[in-house]
Design a protein around this ligand. Structure first.
Ligand SMILES: Cc1cc2nc3c(=O)[nH]c(=O)nc-3n(C[C@H](O)[C@H](O)[C@H](O)COP(=O)(O)OP(=O)(O)OC[C@H]3O[C@@H](n4cnc5c(N)ncnc54)[C@H](O)[C@@H]3O)c2cc1C
Length: 291
C-alpha cells in the first residue's frame, strides 16, 4: 500500500514549524526520520493531510556540552549519536543503547527526538531518558518549556507534548565519578524491538554505597517505566549488598500490566525482564566500582 495523499511542508525554523502545526490543527503531523511514521502511513494505520518535515531545522541538530549536561538536538540522527565521541565520553548509557536500535539503515534516518516523541514502550531511548533523568526541551506557539523525562510518557505511544508542540532537544546529565551504566535487552532477532529490556545507571558515594540508581524498563509495560520500588530498596545500601537476581525480582514485581502478545506472554516477559535487570545491574555496579 501507499500513503494517502498529503501536502508536504518544509519550514525553515522551529517557530515556523509550530506555527504551521497550530494553523493546520489535527490534520497535520511532524515527520523527522520517518522510520516509524512512514510505515504507519504506508499501512494506512495513520492518515494525515499535512506533513511538517523537520529536515531544514538545523537548530534541532547537533551535540553540545551545556553546563553539567549534554544537549542533543531532537533532529540529530541515531547514527550521528553513535558516531559522537562526546556521547561516548559523557553519556555512556545512550552510546551503548544506540547500536541496539533497529539496523544501521534505520539509525541513519531515525532521530533521537523522533524516537522519544514516538514513545514506543519497547524502544531504547525513552528508557534511557528515564534512567538518566533527562530534560526535554520543547517549543510551541505558547513558548519554550523544559519537561523532565519522568511524567513525559503518558500512555501507549503518547506523551505530554501538545499537538502543536515540537521536541527540540534533550539534555542528558554528563557522567559523574564512580558511576556505571549498562543496557541489556532480549529480542527475537538482532535489530528487532526488544521483548524485554533494562537500562541501568548507578552512582556510588565515597564509601561504596549507592548514592543514586535508576532502572529504566522497556517492553515491560504500556509505557517505558522506572522500577522505583527496586530503586528505593537499593538506595543507601552497599553496591553488592543485594544479589543482582534479587534486584531483578523486585524490579519486575512492580509493573502492573506487562504486555502479552504473539511474541511473548506476560509471565515470560516478566521472567526475561528480571534477568535483563539483573545483568544490567551487575555490569553497571562493576563499572561504578572500577571507576
Ligand atoms: C524495521 C525497524 C526496526 C526498528 N527497530 C527499532 C528498535 O529496535 N528500537 C527503537 O527504539 N526503534 C526502532 N525503530 C524505530 C526507529 O528508531 C525510529 O527512527 C524512531 O522510532 C522514530 O524516529 P524518526 O526520526 O524516524 O521519527 P518519525 O518516524 O519521523 O516520527 C515518529 C513520531 O514522532 C513524532 N516526532 C518526530 N520528531 C518529533 C519532534 N522533534 N517533536 C515532536 N514530535 C516528533 C512524529 O510526528 C511521529 O508521530 C525501528 C524502525 C524500523 C522501521
Amino acid at each position: 500500500m501507499k500513503p494517502a495523499p498529503f501536502t508536504y511542508h518544509a519550514p525553515e525554523d522551529a517557530v515556523e514549524a509550530v506555527g504551521l502545526l497550530a494553523a493546520l490543527g489535527e490534520e497535520a503531523k511532524v515527520i523527522a526520520g520517518g522510520q516509524s511514521l512512514v510505515p504507519m502511513l504506508a499501512l494506512r494505520l495513520a492518515v494525515f493531510d499535512h506533513l511538517v518535515d523537520l529536515r531544514r531545522l538545523t537548530e534541532l541538530r547537533g551535540v553540545e556540552r551545556r553546563g553539567t549536561g549534554l544537549w542533543i538536538g531532537a533532529a540529530t540522527t541515531q547514527a550521528e549519536v553513535q558516531r559522537s565521541a562526546e556521547v561516548v565520553r559523557n553519556v555512556p548509557l545512550l552510546a551503548r543503547a544506540t547500536p541496539l536500535i533497529g539496523h544501521f539503515q534505520i539509525r541513519n534516518r531515525g532521530t533521537v527526538g523522533g524516537s522519544i516523541a514516538h514513545a514506543d514502550a519497547a524502544a531504547e531511548y525513552p528508557a534511557v531518558a528515564l534512567a538518566l533523568d533527562a530534560e526535554l526541551e520543547t517549543v510551541s506557539p505558547r513558548g519554550w518549556r523544559t519537561l523532565p523525562a519522568a511524567g513525559f510518557f503518558t500512555g501507549m505511544w503518547s506523551t505530554a507534548l501538545a499537538p502543536d508542540e515540537l521536541l527540540t532537544g534533550i539534555t542528558f546529565p554528563v557522567r559523574r565519578p564512580r558511576s556505571g551504566f549498562a543496557v541489556e535487552e532480549f529480542a527475537r532477532r538482532s535489530g528487532d524491538f526488544a521483548i524485554a529490556g533494562a537500562a541501568v545507571s548507578v552512582e556510588l558515594d565515597a564509601g561504596g554505597r549507592i548514592h543514586r540508581c535508576a532502572i529504566g524498563l522497556f517492553g515491560l509495560g504500556p509505557t517505558p517505566l522506572r522500577a522505583s520500588s527496586a530503586e528505593k530498596a537499593l538506595a543507601g545500601r552497599g553496591a553488592d549488598e543485594l544479589p543482582p537476581g534479587e534486584v531483578g525480582r523486585i524490579a519486575l514485581s512492580e509493573p502492573e500490566s506487562v504486555p502479552s502478545d504473539l511474541h511473548a506472554s506476560a509471565d515470560y516477559r516478566r521472567h526475561v525482564g528480571a534477568v535483563m535487570v539483573a545483568r544490567a545491574w551487575q555490569r553497571a555496579v562493576k563499572e561504578a566500582n572500577d571507576a
